[in-house]
Design a binder for this molecule. Structure first.
Ligand code: PLP
Length: 722
């Protein structure tokens, strides 16, 4: 396959732009993004920040820029930054674990949300995986990602006139995406044969470069495979149970074979959610093939692996019928040295039917963790049946609370401000709380000014998108209003954006419409609600929630102050978490494993109004936002919903609205800004990517025990608990 950028004829003087566009390092480095923007500001916007497409369409402009001294000096300095980053020998990992040079971690995930130009994620899980990779790159943690390339990506959302979500799939265009095929020494695209039971496939492999971290993504849309086999990696979370099982077989088992086929070393394995848990079996099979017993092999595999569970919601755990599993594994279990009964036992949960992927992972991994303190408690309870002789508190599942990759989510002018106020090395020291005490030194007016600009940028994005729909689709005027055309930059703006899964209770704040209407239409102190989020394409109950909101957003009785923004993705998410005033999160506790969007908002000075669940139960300190509900939840059902909704209304009426509108003679809400500052100061150091990835390295990645794989831990240390 010819390099698509070649066609664009980048002038020689700017040749390194070709390296830059294919390393997603640019997406968290404002200088690099600024350079792309300078090439063509409009094109940058209309391509949704896709530099591969930008370069292809900018040939003439690039010729001019190759003569432009100012541009050339900025280009040189970005390239210098990039080269320094890539060559850095003194990363955190290299300094802390000099003995672990050559140690490598393979990170398996069904989704990776690196940038919105690659729709390989559905929500929090994929974005967390990519934030993990970006952070690993920053810290020099030697990690390799393994996953899937989905030619059609995740569903795109269109809302019909009557408010119903339409599922749209659009093939990803390789030629304009920051991704490239892995090429074999023959010069042809690399292909890996894969067979297991009735599966017999050719697998193509794509590579995404994320700073120093490489992701290898498998793709079955290859000539010679049957159309049915194409479907295996066709769409994220599409297809029936059989398709799902095939996906997971390829992801876990194919993923290990891929590492071997490409000669990529791996000493430690991180399984991010149960989808890739078959990986454990393949590692054992390799060792058994070399003459080990199953028990000895399983012990070694446990010694070099960690499994992260991500949800306490039952439907979030894949269960397959044993009959279906047997269709694929009837030869494989003998290769593990097991009979059918012993094999099936690996996927069983006492008292439940079927083969459970999470159970498999929990049994095989040497280290297991949940993603927040509360989720740890909930997971130990949920899975205690796998350890019948242990007390619930002693179930060996610890926790590492999720963090977000700060420089991906922080609004860039705020980031520049931090260089000035917190010191030039704040990104490296982001997990040190003392650095953040300097947030106090940002003058209130300065922070407010930055925030108001972020808010204006959010509203501008919404207007631009509304206008685009008005022009390109046969939209009705009322549909345009639902997109935020009437939003008021002065009004308290509350953001609610996430997947529309039932337990997230998107419509909780609509419970008492008359009361809400009073808040929305208050003449002096109005609020406005901005919603966004996709429902799983097969989940009609989620679509009904979207429809309810959509109907209200069209209803003049709410004055255009309820908005539903179509097609939530990382691009929209950035503007939301940077530009709202308040972040609302009201899941049914304790079902939110962590929740990360509130963290993204908090570091931008957008405090949370959130149920005490997931990260907020750890993050809330009484002064950095508002808590509702009760730790551990109020149970489920109408009474619990009513009590939680009452908490929301009370917090808004009594505390939040009055504080937001309490302005000094300078028009600046000093009391509100105190909460904003407290939010940044307390959330950033504890819930940043560096804290999270360092936790994984210290506790789970076997770096201390290295020199090499042979020295990796073989006995699991005691459960990490608080
Ligand atoms: C951060 C993020 C999520 C996860 O949000 P939660 O609050 O954890 O549900 C989902 N989608 C997108 C696009 C995000 O950026």
């Amino acid at each position: 396959m010819a390099d698509p950028i070649e066609k664009s004829k980048v002038p020689e003087r700017l040749a390194r732009l070709k390296d830059l566009v294919y390393n997603l390092w640019w997406c968290w480095h404002p200088d690099a993004r600024g350079l792309f923007k300078e090439i063509d500001r409009n094109l940058w916007r209309t391509t949704y920040h896709n530099p591969v497409l930008l370069l292809q369409e900018s040939a003439a402009r690039l010729n001019d820029l190759a003569q432009d001294e100012g541009f050339l000096s900025r280009y040189d300095s970005v390239i210098r930054l990039f080269d320094e980053y890539m060559a850095d020998q003194y990363t955190w990992f290299a300094r802390k674990y000099p003995q672990a040079k050559g140690h490598r971690i393979a990170y398996f995930s069904a989704e990776f949300g690196v940038h919105n130009s690659l729709r390989l994620y559905s929500g929090g899980l994929g974005i967390l995986a990519a934030d993990h990779c970006k952070t690993a790159s920053d810290l020099g943690v030697p990690l390799t990602g393994v996953g899937f390339m989905y030619p059609q990506g995740y569903v795109q959302q269109r809302i019909s006139v009557d408010g119903w979500q339409q599922n749209v799939y659009e093939a990803i265009d390789w030629n304009v995406s920051p991704i490239r095929p892995v090429v074999a020494s023959s010069g042809k695209n690399f292909l890996m044969p894969f067979s297991l039971g009735p599966l017999n496939l050719q697998v193509a492999v794509w590579e995404i470069v994320v700073g120093r971290v490489h992701l290898y993504l498998m793709d079955t849309h290859v000539e010679g495979n049957s159309p049915q086999d194409w479907e295996i990696t066709g769409r994220l979370y599409g297809g029936d149970r059989t398709m799902r099982l095939r996906q997971e077989i390829l992801l876990g088992i194919g993923g290990v074979r891929l590492l071997r086929a490409l000669g990529l070393p791996a000493d430690h394995y991180h399984v991010n959610e149960g989808h890739s848990a078959f990986m454990f079996l393949e590692l054992v099979r390799e060792a058994v093939a070399k003459g080990q017993t199953f028990a000895a092999a399983a012990r070694d595999v446990a010694g070099c692996s960690v499994f992260t569970t991500h949800t306490p919601v039952e439907a979030g755990h894949d269960v397959f019928s044993e009959g279906l599993v047997a269709e694929y594994f009837s030869k494989y279990w003998a290769e593990l040295g097991l009979d059918q009964e012993q094999f099936m036992e690996l996927g069983r949960v006492p008292g439940q039917a079927g083969w459970n992927m999470t159970a498999l992972a929990l049994k095989m991994a040497g280290q297991r963790n949940a993603v927040s303190r509360r989720h740890g408690i909930v997971s130990r309870k949920m899975w205690a049946k796998l350890w019948p002789d242990k007390k619930e508190d002693d179930v060996p599942i610890g926790h590492v609370t999720n963090g977000v990759h700060l420089t991906t989510w922080l609004q860039q002018d705020l980031g520049w401000n931090f260089y000035k106020r917190l010191g030039r090395d704040w990104p490296e020291k982001q997990d040190d709380p003392s650095v953040w005490t300097q947030v106090a030194s940002i003058p209130d007016e300065e922070l407010w000014d930055l925030h108001m600009r972020n808010k204006e940028m959010l509203f501008k994005l919404l207007r631009d998108r509304a206008r685009d729909r008005w022009i390109t689709r046969n939209a009705e005027a009322s549909q345009i209003l639902t997109q935020g055309a009437l939003l008021d930059p002065q009004a308290l703006t509350i953001g609610f954006a996430r997947r529309f899964a039932g337990y997230k209770r998107a419509t909780l704040i609509l419970r008492d419409l008359a009361r809400l209407q009073g808040l929305l239409l208050d003449h002096w102190k109005p609020i406005q609600l901005v919603f966004a989020g996709k429902s799983h394409p097969a989940d009609d109950s989620g679509k009904v929630l979207i429809q309810q909101i959509y109907h209200l957003s069209k209803d003049p009785a709410f004055g255009g102050r309820i908005v539903f923004v179509e097609d939530y993705d990382m691009h929209v998410a950035r503007y939301f978490v940077q530009g709202c005033d308040l972040w609302l999160n009201n899941p049914l506790a304790p079902l939110e494993a962590c929740g990360t969007s509130g963290i993204k908002a908090a570091v931008n000075g957008v405090p949370s109004l959130s149920i005490l669940d997931g990260w907020w139960e750890e993050g809330y300190n009484g002064a950095n936002g508002w808590a509702i509900g009760e730790a551990g939840g109020r149970g489920s059902g109408d009474a619990a919903d009513a009590a939680d909704a009452e908490d929301i209304y009370q917090a808004l009426e009594k505390k939040i609205v009055p504080l937001f509108y309490d302005r000094g003679t300078d028009g600046v809400p000093h009391g509100w800004i105190r909460v904003m500052k407290e939010s940044i100061k307390t959330v950033a150091p504890c819930f940043c990517g560096n804290r999270m990835v360092k936790d994984y390295v210290k506790m789970f990645y076997g770096a201390e025990a290295s020199p090499q794989m042979g020295g990796a831990r073989t006995t699991a240390p005691e459960t990490i608990k608080d």
